[in-house]
Write a protein that binds this ligand. Sequence first.
Ligand SMILES: [Zn+2]
Length: 316
Amino acid sequence: MPNLYFLARESCPGCRSPRLRTIYSCSYTQPPVRDFLKGYYSRPEGVEFEYLEGQDYVLDECLECGFVFQKYIPNEFLSRRLYEEWIESGNKTDIHARPKKLENFRQYAQEILTLILYHGKEPHQLDFFDFGMGWGAWCLMAKAFGCRAHGAELSEIQMEYARRQGITVVTWDELPQYRFDFINTEQVFEHLAQPLETLTGLARALKPHGLVKIAIPDGTDIRRRLKVNNWNAPRGSRDSLNSVHPLEHLNCYSRRAVTRMAAEAGLEPVTLPLAPQYAAMTGWQPVAGVVRNLVKPIYRRAFPRNTYYLFRPRAA
Ligand SMILES: [Zn+2]
């Protein structure tokens, strides 16, 4: 039973199957989960454990598609506490709180150029949409290439900032009015309470040859990591449990689970042809860079620590 501040998910958020089994459970107010939260949210006031009293952190696995997910998720009130108070709130109110690095901009440029070449059109004919745009850096790069740039974000301050930069801000309710050539979702789908419903809405906003990208933490070997049970393992390390981060990463995807969810949303996987990837590459020097470019096509290089998937509408 969830406490007052949590909701229970009784079926698979990816394929809707009710055939589930619990693979991990720990009270939020006991180690190791309590200590993990204390260490992670290190603001002076700390975690508001009063909202977690009597609540278990539970991971369920779908017996149908293999999706691993947090069974109990924060309700709207607790989500707001979490994202607006526990996490440094500066990220959503101050563009300078976490400045982007040169490497970020290089990746955006390479990705957007690849997508323009993939579509084989002039930039002004292309509509790109960043779902979860933050301060709009990706959108601004698309705009600089001459594409029509659209973005969505929850923070009013970020939406207003984007509008002032010439980005078309699209709310969820306005989405049905739009059709996009590319929808970018970068570290979004692990956070969503209803990922299948969200993806279905995004899929309907694609043009027939449009693509949607889902970039998420890699959850492939989560069962092994849970056996190791090392909540102190640093993010990015072999045993890291980042992909099931309590309260935040509600969904942990394997390739099988994300592909099944996409199928439910009317989408099929796409592999980008190599030609536009190589044509879009920058950083051909020094020689070691050339070799690296040849063995690692763009997406693998652009998001080395995360997993990305590309989907398109399934042909009728
Ligand atoms: Zn499932």
